[in-house]
Each structure stands twice: as C-alpha cells, then as structure tokens.
Design a protein around this ligand. Sequence first.
Ligand SMILES: Nc1nc2c(ncn2[C@@H]2O[C@H](COP(=O)(O)OP(=O)(O)O)[C@@H](O)[C@H]2O)c(=O)[nH]1
Ligand SMILES: [Mg+2]
Length: 246
Amino acid sequence: MTKVNNDCKVSIIVPTYNEKETIISFLEKVTHQISKNNFDAEIIVVDDGSPDGTAELINNFSKTHTNITLLNRREKMGLASACIYGFSNTNSPILGVMDADLSHAPDALPYLLNPLLYNMCDITVGSRYIPGGRVFNWPIRRYIISRTACFLGSLLTTVKDVTSGFFFLKREVINNVPLDPIGFKICLEILVKGNYQTIMEVPFTFCDRISGKSKMGTKETLLYLKHLHKLYKHKRTTKKKNMQIA
Ligand SMILES: Nc1nc2c(ncn2[C@@H]2O[C@H](COP(=O)(O)OP(=O)(O)O)[C@@H](O)[C@H]2O)c(=O)[nH]1
Ligand SMILES: [Mg+2]
C-alpha cells in the first residue's frame, strides 16, 4: 500500500468501484484545479477491488503525480465505508469527498474549499437544490427519487441537499465521532452526528455520468431507508443545535 502524505492540508477522498472510463479524466481535472488554485491538497482514491482495472489505471497515473494515493480494499464494501477508510488514513485537517464519475464538477472545488481554508464555516456541502444549483441530464426517475430522499431526510438537518456526496469539512467535526453509516450517505451521517457550528451549502451543477454504470440501485435505496431510521433514532436521543450560514 502506498503511504499517504500526512503533510497535506486537504485530503480529497474518492471512492471508486468500476470507474475505468472516467477515473483518469477525473484525476487530471482535479489535479489541474489543485495546482491552478495552489491548494495544498492530495487525492486519496479508495478502490474496492474493481474488476474493470480501475486500480491499475490509478497506479500508473500516480507514478507521475505525487499527490495521488491509491488505497485498495479487497471487495466492494460500500461508498460510505470507503470514505471513512480514506479519512482514517490521513491526518489532514480538511477532508472532503468527490465521486469519480465527473458528476461532481472539479471546477467547483475552490467554492467548496475556500470557505474552509478561510475559516468561514466548518462544513461545505455541494448542493443541487438551492438557487444556483441544478441537475443536468438526469433521468426524471432519478430526480424524483433524489428529491424524495431529500424530503425524507429534511428533519435531520437544515441542509437542502441532504443526499449530496460532494462535501468538505474540518477534521475536528468528526474527531471522536463514531460514524456508522449504512450504504451511500456519508455526508448525512456527518451532518447528523458531527460536531460543528456552521455549514455552508454551495450551489453546483450535478451532471449525470456519461459513461460507466451507477451503483445506486434498489439495494442502496433500501439501505438509505434503514440508515434514515437509525439517524432519526439517533437524533431523538441527542440534542444538538447547528447553524446554517448560506
Ligand atoms: N470504494 C467504493 N466506491 C463505491 C462503491 N459504490 C459506489 N462507489 C463510488 O461512489 C461514487 C458514487 O457512485 P455512483 O455509482 O456514481 O452513484 P450515483 O451517482 O448515485 O449514481 C462513484 O465514484 C462510485 O465508483 C463501493 O461499494 N465502494
Ligand atoms: Mg454518480
């Protein structure tokens, strides 16, 4: 296993499972944003033994890009657990998550990172469902499922896009917080259980993947419902006030 660079200020965790079509383009675009904006940042890809050769492509790419680390897990263990694995393999004070299929626009990175780097808030969430945000090219079925999922989670947080997977946070938000998500929604888990005062929701355009296959299916939808149940139970037994500033 390659050693993670523990001196970076920002770690971008990228969970992958069978993303050979987009991973290199994604890494090129994100590394471009990192150098263009002079971010002290690394990319940690957590691959769950993708049978399509995603890991080999990342390995080759990382030979010429020192700020990319690949963490290999043996089998598919879920998006949220891959993110937690990534968080636990770095000491960076700022952490974040992006999908590898280019749905999370790399050029939105400065808008999510700068508020944290300038200490304006504790968490930034890329949002499709506030003014300025939108969804591009998604089948209507996916859009309806997503809006319903947001509605179902709406009592858990003030964030409008509760199912967003594009977010950054200060590490202290999750220090000593026992994260135990089921399935996909690591951001929601953190919004409910994390220690923070201020969240900034940042509008961005979510583009549906143009290649590869989504791993969000019936199984993940059912896991989301189970996860919601756990989070509502958690919320009932703990009292916490969080503040939203944008
Ligand atoms: N490591 C890992 N990554 C996953 C897993 N499931 C999904 N991903 C990755 O998580 C990101 C989001 O998944 P995606 O299929 O695009 O979900 P969708 O955007 O909701 O359709 C992508 O980068 C996937 O490759 C998993 O079990 N393990
Ligand atoms: Mg996707």
